[in-house]
Design a protein around this ligand. Structure first.
Ligand SMILES: Cc1cc2nc3c(=O)[nH]c(=O)nc-3n(C[C@H](O)[C@H](O)[C@H](O)COP(=O)(O)O)c2cc1C
Length: 180
C-alpha cells in the first residue's frame, strides 16, 4: 500500500509558526507518509465577491487537497481564547465549495500557544467548528502545546518527551483511523 497522504493545516501563517513546527513533528511521528502543507493565505470571505466571481481558485485548491488526502492534521494557535481568524476563514470558504471534502475524513487536531494551557480553549472551539462538516475527528489523546515558543529545538524537534509521546499516540490513532 502507498504511504498515506497527509494534509497539514496550520492556523498560523508566520514563517516561524510553532503550529507548523508541531505539525511537522506530528508527521515525523506518524511515520511513512506523503505530506502536503496547506496555505491559508486566502482572500477574506465576502459574499459579494463570491456572488460576482464564484469560489476563488486558491479555495478550490484547498478543498481539493482536503478531498484527496487520506487524513488531515490541523494545528491552531490560540488568539484571545479562540482559533485564528485565518483558520475560520478557510473553513468558511471551503464550506462554500461543491460537496463536502471533510465528510468522513479522518482528522486530528492540536494546538500550540504561548500560554500555559497550550490553546486548550481554542482547540475545543475548533472541534466545534469542524462538527458540522462531519469528519472522523480523533477524540484524543489531546495535544495542547504550552509555552510553544520554547518547545522546539533548533532543528524543530519537540524538547519534551511528554508532548512527543502524546503526539505519537495521537498519530497512531490517526493511522488506525485511516486503515478502518
Ligand atoms: C492576537 C493574539 C492573541 C493571542 N491570544 C492568546 C491566547 O488567548 N492564549 C495564548 O495562550 N496565547 C495567545 N497569544 C499568543 C500565541 O499563543 C502565540 O503568538 C503563538 O506563538 C502563536 O502560534 P504560532 O507560534 O504558531 O504563530 C495570542 C497572540 C496573538 C497575536
Amino acid at each position: 500500500m502507498a504511504d498515506p497522504k497527509l494534509l497539514t493545516i496550520s492556523g498560523s501563517l508566520r514563517a516561524e509558526a510553532t503550529n507548523r513546527k508541531l505539525l511537522r513533528e506530528a508527521v515525523r511521528l506518524f511515520g511513512l507518509a506523503q505530506m502536503t502543507e496547506a496555505d491559508l493565505r486566502l482572500p477574506l470571505y465576502d459574499g459579494d465577491d463570491e456572488a460576482r466571481d464564484g469560489v476563488p481558485s486558491v479555495v478550490q485548491a484547498l478543498a481539493d487537497q482536503i478531498a484527496q488526502a487520506d487524513a488531515v492534521v490541523i494545528s491552531t494557535p490560540e488568539y484571545n481564547k479562540g482559533p485564528s481568524g485565518v483558520l475560520k476563514n478557510a473553513l468558511d470558504w471551503v464550506s462554500r465549495t461543491q460537496g463536502n471534502p471533510w465528510d468522513g475524513k479522518p482528522v486530528a487536531v492540536m494546538s500550540a500557544a504561548a500560554g500555559r494551557a497550550g490553546g486548550e480553549r481554542a482547540q475545543m472551539v475548533l472541534r466545534g467548528f469542524l462538527t458540522p462538516f462531519q469528519p472522523r475527528l480523533i477524540t484524543g489523546p489531546e495535544v495542547h502545546l504550552a509555552g510553544s515558543g520554547e518547545a522546539f529545538s533548533e532543528d524543530g524537534r519537540l524538547l519534551s518527551d511528554h508532548y512527543a509521546s502524546t503526539l505519537e499516540r495521537l498519530m497512531q490513532k490517526l493511522r488506525k483511523e485511516i486503515q478502518e
